[in-house]
Design a protein around this ligand. Sequence first.
Ligand code: SF4
Length: 193
Amino acid sequence: MEAFYTIQGEGANTGTAAYFIRLGGCDVGCHWCDVKESWDAEQHPLTLTEDIVSAANSYPGKTVVITGGEPLLYNLAPLTSQLQQEGIKTLVETSGAYPVSGNWDWVCLSPKKFKAPDASVYPFADELKVVIFNKSDFKWAEAHAAQVGEHCKLYLQPEWSKAADLMPLIVEYVKQNPKWRVSLQTHKYMDIP
Ligand code: SF4
């Protein structure tokens, strides 16, 4: 759908320069999704894997974030192996709705209520990033945390449009449950993509 070089704004890799590769296509259907134009893959012309890798390699930050849409709709083995052959780190942002394909240096699992993660995805998660939209979401976040591995970092992130109301709740929750950390969409504060 699009690709751009920017700074990862959220989660464990916040502040890292990275080439974002956004794949078209998503059937998860989050009502607060801020990239609804990604949902219909047919709207986005196909791009050769080699061209994507070559573009990613033209930037000094040798890290890519593959996002969507829901990137795991596709077999990502060819793309990720070619990126890694060029010495580029591969990070993915996924709802976990489909089994993991590809070779990853970092898997960020961000489950969505509208389509539960496939059970096979949890062990791959290096980072669990739960978007908090209302008070009941803390319980929902714990249900996912119970399924990831011990190495997985846990993040709670306020949904952007409700961040002002939710921040005090999240701050208090993390103070009481310090296995969690706060994630903010810092790119939105920095006004970068
Ligand atoms: S999974 Fe991501 S791209 Fe798909 S609807 Fe939800 S927020 Fe949007």
